[in-house]
Design a protein around this ligand. Structure first.
Ligand code: GLU
Length: 479
């Protein structure tokens, strides 16, 4: 059997951390089985439709490298892939149900339906529309809602994540198939499309599990084979026991891209949120995920979103790219993440800065904060220096003298390279009798006035002789 999966988002806004996994797992399953993933845009809820949301969805998938095999842009044998353009297909299926007596036009005005609902609320009984099914129904034509005629019964099914499921007749109802505006509901449209498009695995959020008996009834009534059903547990908000949603500050996936998280890290983190292959492995490339993914190792309970962990992945991936592909490959990814003052510097210099700082980055945008002093003269901040925990015990005269000794020794250096600089720094420790924490903090602060810099000899090497000495001199004079 050829595996066909789909990602079927509604264009109602951006794709956020909480819902992108329903694209990742279908992608992995399809690729693992040399199958196909379809992207289908479920845009029949015209009230919630947001202009531009489809482009955001496409952009997100492209960034993550989740290339769909059929769908918008790429086309395919089941086009169109926008549900709003497939009305005729739904109407054709609707007529089949009417012909077999399994659907009826419902002219009941919404106010009346609301009254039924309230009646049930007052009596504290569940509201089931089939109990209010009208006796007389007109012939269906677009403009009148069309409802399914439920024939409630027990349903049993297997969910690939949740296991063997059972539901009694009480949960089945006369659900709306086609709305007043002629567009189908999600409940109906996805059944038709999944069948038409040959989808073998319906993978979606667990929120659809409770409606599954209605879907099974529809498959049966339409004589359709049931696809495999795969309910993906929620991603939970960092606090509380609720699903991560936009209201809990779930950021859009592409916002993380703009913050300098690598796509590989995002994919890796999200794929492993609620799935593992039973080993301790944490870092996976896309190809490794494709190879190792399996439905039966998707957890059946919610997984909590943890931004700190995402940033850990991000840092790991920055190092991985550097270590495996080299500084140029990482440098290419850093465009747009450097501080503005770096604009006047050439690629070669920026690559040097990158290669001494990359292993401290969590996101590429950390470059903005962490590298400014490589490009612009730092403002001398004597307080920062005098109050430093390693330096505050020293008098100003002592600090000045230490700086002067340092300047003299460094100025005599023949080759300004990392090794010679390290030798000189070691020698300075001996000749001044100071601890590294003291002497190196002083030099580090004097050349950077930043709370952090890479190894001192590397920092000095990249800054160069002229700049390093000038900065040390300026501080020695200012003290
Ligand atoms: N359009 C539905 C949503 O965005 C998709 C559910 C499904 O994958 O079937 O929630």
């Amino acid at each position: 059997m050829k595996v066909v999966t789909r990602f079927a988002p509604s264009p109602t806004g951006y794709i956020h951390i909480g819902n992108v996994r329903s694209a990742i797992y279908p992608y992995l399953l399809a690729k693992q089985n040399a199958g196909k993933m379809i992207l289908r845009i479920e845009d029949t809820d015209r009230e919630r439709y947001i202009e531009g949301a489809t482009e955001l969805i496409e952009d997100t998938l492209e960034w993550l490298g989740l290339n769909w095999d059929e769908g918008p842009i790429v086309g395919g044998p089941h086009a169109p892939y926008f549900q709003s353009e497939r009305k005729d297909i739904y109407h054709e299926y609707a007529r089949k149900l009417i012909a077999s007596g399994r659907a009826y036009a419902d002219p009941t005005p919404p106010e009346q339906i609301e009254k039924y609902r309230q009646e049930c609320n007052e009596k504290k009984v569940p509201f089931l529309y089939r109990k209010f099914r009208p006796d007389e129904t007109p012939e269906w034509e677009p403009g009148i809602p069309l409802r399914f005629k439920a024939e409630p019964k027990d349903h049993e099914w297997h969910d690939e994540v949740m296991g063997d499921m059972h539901a009694g007749p009480e949960v089945q109802d006369d659900i709306i198939l086609i709305k007043k505006d002629g567009f189908p509901t999600y409940n109906f449209a996805h059944i038709v499309d999944d069948a038409e498009m040959g989808v073998t695995h319906v993978m979606r959020g667990v929120e659809y599990l409770s409606s599954t008996p209605n879907y099974l009834a529809l498959y049966d009534a339409l004589g359709l084979e049931r696809p495999k059903l795969v309910s993906l547990p929620h991603i939970l908000a960092p606090q509380g026991n609720k699903k991560l949603g936009k209201r809990d500050g779930a950021k859009s996936v592409t916002e993380y891209r703009d913050d300098g998280v690598l796509a590989e890290a995002m994919l890796n983190y999200l794929a492993c949120l609620g799935w593992n292959d039973g080993t301790e492995q944490e870092i996976y490339t896309k190809d490794e995920l494709i190879k190792d993914f399996s439905l039966d190792r998707i957890q059946n309970s919610g997984a909590r979103y943890d931004e700190t962990k995402l940033l850990w992945y991000s840092g790991q991936w920055i190092r991985k790219i550097f270590d495996e592909q080299g500084v140029d490959a990482l440098y290419e990814r850093t465009m747009g993440f450097w501080p503005e003052v770096a604009d006047n510097y050439n690629d070669n210099y920026k690559c040097k800065v990158l290669s001494i700082i990359y292993d401290r980055l969590k996101t590429l945008s950390d470059l903005r904060e962490m590298t400014t002093y490589f490009f612009a003269e730092p403002e001398i901040d004597l307080d920062m220096l005098l109050q430093n925990k390693f330096l505050r015990k020293l008098s100003e005269a002592e600090l000045e003298s230490l700086l002067k000794t340092t300047i003299t020794e460094l100025a005599n250096l023949k080759d300004w390279d990392a090794n010679s600089l390290q030798d000189t720094l070691n020698h300075l420790l001996e000749s001044t009798g100071k601890k590294p924490a003291v002497l190196f903090s002083l030099i580090r602060l004097a050349v950077s006035f930043a709370s952090f810099s890479p190894a001192l000899n590397l920092t000095l090497e990249v800054l160069g002789r002229e700049k390093s000495l000038a900065r040390l001199n300026a501080v020695a004079t200012a003290i």
